[in-house]
Design a protein around this ligand. Structure first.
Ligand code: GAL
Length: 504
């Protein structure tokens, strides 16, 4: 029997694997960001992430009059207030098992994406075979699996939903645009508004993909010379996020100066800012021209800082480490409204980017590596997008993706990305300041054997005797006077939260 609050074991193929995330309590517990940005007068959609046995009755005090809460589903809809302002809404969830409440601050202003986006993207599961049915199933699974109860919200269609000019496949061929020049989905997406409506009806948000070049990376229709029309079309369909992938724009750009690198993003960023709905802009150009320095000014809410994680080389360490190390260097550029994006979380049952037709299979990462991956992404305030198969979520993968205290580190309202405290061939230490004055610290063992890792409070610039909390297992370890020292498994992590006296 699994008792609440106890770590338990889950048997995978070869080894018994410790599930560290405590089982969610029966009583309601509200999760997700504490702060949320929306532009004045724009459509509003937010499903209150909440665990606990349903039925749960939701209520919200001080909700702006233009918004409405469905008390049964916990979905808030309506239009944002027309004027700039902040609304401290008190959310409450009650059931036969207990209740919970928390303040959710709605900030009506120019900035959206006040915390990193969370969701799912289809690329590493479906590649060029993706269909509307796959996306719909993933959205349904986001609810059914409970992932949405922890704050996962965006359901993103990646490349290959449009037509593929010159394709021999009748499902993908045909004119890429209609007589008015509007972009057309391929036959695998017969009714885009209906698909988006379905996603919205669950309280989730929908993302789409295009390229500023004439073609996407997989050679489907791109937005070059149709930018305004495409943005309008995406908004009409109801999309809430656009991933804009450089791809064939290399043929258009005159040179590689920063001005040329910025041009297509400034253009699309400007168009999106003028739309009558909030559309998050995820810039994908692999870090060219130090995008972290100017992505926000170009209108981006996040920007990929590296090449594709699924293609990153495994040397002595799996690919996510090198991507993480590179992304960690740009910590000073991340903040509310604009985040460094080190790419998706590739765990669970997931496809192989080098063999896209070979289907999905269980990740080759060890359990410890998976805890390291999720910890690193959360410390780096990275957008959290799972890209494995949503319909094949196993208990271990769900435990990695859905630990409320780990996610709270990612979503912390202060919006700081962790700084690098130590980087050697054996140890990597990241520290992220949090809004309540705590410090989240990840101690990563990069070696293939267990290793004692020690961090002194003086290394972290802190004093006093903070309470040290084990974040994955969600329990306090006690007060430590000058340092924390711990034995970390091979390729594993110890993720702790150092809570100063004042915040306890
Ligand atoms: C790459 C991008 C991937 C995926 C792919 C689709 O450029 O980095 O995340 O979107 O294109 O073709």
């Amino acid at each position: 029997m699994i008792l609440p609050g106890m770590a338990h074991m889950y048997a995978t193929g070869q080894q018994a694997t410790e599930i560290r995330t405590p089982k969610a309590a029966d009583a309601p517990r509200i999760h997700g960001p504490e702060i949320y940005g929306v532009r004045p007068g724009h459509p509003f959609l937010y499903r209150i992430p909440c665990t606990g046995i349903r039925p749960i009755r939701f209520s919200a005090r001080h909700l702006p009059a233009s918004l409405k809460l469905n008390r049964r589903t916990g979905i808030i809809t309506g239009k944002a207030p027309g004027k700039y302002g902040e609304f401290a809404v008190e959310l409450k969830a009650e059931s036969a098992y207990g209740e919970d409440s928390r303040i959710f601050k709605i900030v009506v202003g120019d900035t959206i994406g006040l915390t990193p986006q969370m969701g799912w993207n289809d690329w590493y599961t479906f590649y060029s075979h993706v269909t509307a049915e796959d996306i719909r199933n993933a959205a349904d699974a986001m609810i059914a699996s409970g992932m949405a109860d922890f704050g996962y919200q965006y359901v993103d269609i990646d490349d290959c939903w449009a037509r593929e000019p010159g394709s021999g496949d009748p499902q993908l061929s045909g004119p890429a645009r209609d007589a008015q020049g509007d972009i057309l989905p391929n036959a695998r997406f017969p009714d885009m508004p209906n698909l988006v409506n379905h996603i919205h009806s669950l309280g989730l948000k929908a993302g789409i993909y295009s390229s500023p070049g004439p073609f996407t990376c997989a050679h489907f229709e791109g937005s070059y010379r149709h930018e305004a029309a495409d943005a309008r079309r995406f908004a009409q369909w109801g999309f809430d996020l656009l991933k804009y992938d450089w791809c064939s724009y290399g043929q258009i750009a005159k040179d590689e100066t920063r001005t040329s690198l910025q041009a297509p993003y400034r253009k699309m960023g400007g168009i999106i800012a003028g739309l009558d709905r909030d559309v998050v802009l995820n810039m994908c150009q692999y870090g060219m021209g130090d995008v972290w320095r100017w992505g926000r000014q170009a209108g981006g809410n996040s920007w990929r800082t590296t090449g594709d994680l699924g293609l990153a080389k495994d040397n002595s360490l799996p690919g996510f480490y090198s991507i993480g190390f590179a992304n960690a260097e740009h910590n000073l550029y991340a903040g509310p409204g604009g985040w460094n994006d080190p790419d998706y979380i590739l765990i669970g049952t997931v496809g192989d980017a080098r063999h896209q037709d070979s289907g999905v299979r269980q990740t080759q990462l060890t359990p410890e590596e998976q805890y390291s991956y999720m910890s690193m992404w959360s410390l780096m305030a990275a957008p959290l997008f799972f890209s494995g198969d949503m319909t094949k979520l196993d208990p271990f993968t769900r435990n990695v993706l859905c630990n409320a205290e780990v996610i709270d580190i990612d979503q912390d309202p202060l919006g700081k990305q962790a700084g690098v405290v130590r980087k050697t061939s054996a140890e990597f230490i990241l520290a992220k300041p949090l809004e309540d004055g705590s410090l989240a610290v990840g101690l990563f063992n990069l070696t293939t054997s267990p290793r004692a890792i020690r961090v002194n409070w003086s290394d972290l610039g802190i004093s006093g005797q903070p309470m040290v909390r084990d974040v994955w297992r969600q329990h306090d370890l006690g007060s430590f006077a000058t340092a924390y020292s711990t034995k970390v498994p091979a390729h594993g992590v110890d993720l702790v939260r150092l809570v100063p006296k004042e915040a306890q």
